[in-house]
Design a protein around this ligand. Structure first.
Ligand SMILES: *Cc1c(COP(=O)(O)O)cnc(C)c1O
Length: 333
């Protein structure tokens, strides 16, 4: 497949791309395994940083095409996706309704603070109610906006759907150019997996653009069986909608669920250590919900020797810095 033959749908230009691919030479030398590279998708913007903005470039183009004036989406209290949606809504002049999981305590911090700052309408629900009634909550808010004469566009968790998949297909295209520029041919691309869209896009994109790398998602919630299914489901819907020629049965969808720790959003000491190590050694900041866990996974696999035959591995830094501050109590200096 040549790059030109993949027909991308319309996208808004919202993210600062291409992002840099950098070698982590001090870290690689200290571990003694493959050379570690980092794709700096934490630099897709400042307050609009991270992976969600790449997906939203495609999703919001669709919302605008449909003439919508309101966005409705959902996530945890510290959702990076909700924060990106809130800020982009403000940037584009769209109303934003957030359906959040959890009960806020004290002053709003991190992403939730930015949601409020961007003027999003924030509705929080206790976890039990949210999990049980999410579809009904979406229906409730859609009706609410329809009755006000607004036209709302619904974005699922993490913008991981058949449209959002394009964001990381586009990133795979960038990686192809990065690898050529640095004259490397990495065996692995590692990312954090929460709702599966990043992994889905990278996996499809790696095949479309003939990268030799296997994509590995490091799960931060749910198990690898769940993500095998979820990633495939998103790609089936994507292929059905856009009719892209690609043998989905031939894709190798790999998720490692050994490093997620006690629960979504709860970091273990190994995750905190990984965040501190990268900050001290390379001056790059990870987060305790996604990238810290995925990076602990990368470190764990390298230390185990399982990746010792590889020459180059790439970690996709998907952002999340605002989720660090509400958990600063986990760090001891
Ligand atoms: C959402 C998120 C992820 C996970 O991406 P998915 O496409 O939802 O699997 C990883 N890192 C950060 C910082 C995120 O906000």
């Amino acid at each position: 497949m040549t790059i030109a033959s993949v027909a991308f749908p319309n996208a808004l230009s919202l993210a600062q791309t291409p992002t840099p691919l950098q070698a982590l030479d001090r870290l690689s030398a200290s571990l003694g395994g493959p050379r570690i590279w980092i794709k700096r998708d934490d630099l897709t913007g400042s307050h609009l940083s991270g992976n969600k903005i790449r997906k939203l470039e495609f999703v919001l183009a669709e919302a605008q095409q449909q003439g919508c004036d309101t966005l409705i989406t959902c996530g945890g209290l510290q959702s990076n996706h909700c924060r990106a949606t809130a800020l982009l809504g403000a940037q584009l002049g769209l109303k934003v309704q957030l359906i959040l999981r959890g009960t806020p305590e004290g002053q709003a911090d991190g992403n939730l603070f930015l949601d409020h700052l961007a003027g999003a309408n924030v509705a929080c629900y206790p976890t039990k109610e949210y999990v049980k009634n999410l579809d009904a909550l979406f229906a409730h808010w859609q009706t609410h906006y329809r009755e006000q004469g607004s036209k709302a566009f619904v974005i699922p968790t993490g913008a991981s759907d058949e449209i959002g998949v394009w964001g990381y297909i586009q990133c795979a295209r960038e990686l192809k150019a990065d690898f050529a520029q640095h004259q490397i041919d990495p065996e692995l691309i590692v990312c954090a997996t929460g709702s599966g869209g990043t992994q889905a896009g990278l996996t499809a994109g790696a095949s479309l653009f003939e990268l030799n790398a296997q994509v590995i998602g490091m799960a931060v919630c749910d198990n690898s069986d769940y993500f095998k299914h979820k990633v495939r489901e998103d790609l089936d819907a994507w292929q059905h909608r856009y009719q892209v020629e690609l043998d989905l049965d031939a894709l190798s969808i790999v998720t490692n669920d050994d490093y997620m720790g006690p629960a979504y959003g709860v970091a273990a000491p190994e995750h905190i250590d990984a965040i501190q190590l990268l900050a001290k050694l390379e001056g790059i900041v990870l987060d305790p919900v996604y990238t810290g866990k995925a990076f602990a996974g990368l470190l764990g696999e390298i230390k185990s020797g399982r990746w010792s035959s590889y020459s180059d591995v790439v970690f996709v830094h998907t952002g999340g810095i605002f989720g660090l501050f509400p958990q600063k109590g986990e760090f001891i200096f």
